[in-house]
Design a protein around this ligand. Sequence first.
Ligand code: 5GP
Ligand code: ZN
Length: 112
Amino acid sequence: MDCLFCKISRGELPSIKVYEDDTVYAFKDINPIAPVHILIIPKEHISKLEDITPENSGVISHIFEVAAKLAKDMGLENGFRVVSNCGEDAGQTVFHIHFHLLAGRKLGWECQ
Ligand code: 5GP
Ligand code: ZN
């Protein structure tokens, strides 16, 4: 499939990996908006939040376990944010579902 994040998770395009297991891949955002800006994605292609179903939601809950582990491992005791943009108004630009893990500065509600 011609999907940027599928290719990144398969190692066919370069990325700075911060975590990987059988079902999840996490890497540094190429254009960070905070000192910590990591993208956490399922290896399985799911386009967007609206496409989460009872059949594929297991990997989504696992993504939140990974987010908690990364926050703990990185010592983000001042706090962090996990956000997924869904659709045009939210500014989704890559249609392989991803969760931004943001930290390292005070985050306004609008994020930027
Ligand atoms: P969205 O706007 O869809 O919520 O987020 C897409 C994110 O992917 C953006 O923050 C953007 O900087 C990031 N991004 C886009 N292309 C690449 C890429 O090729 N590599 C990496 N590491 N991040 C990317
Ligand atoms: Zn994909």
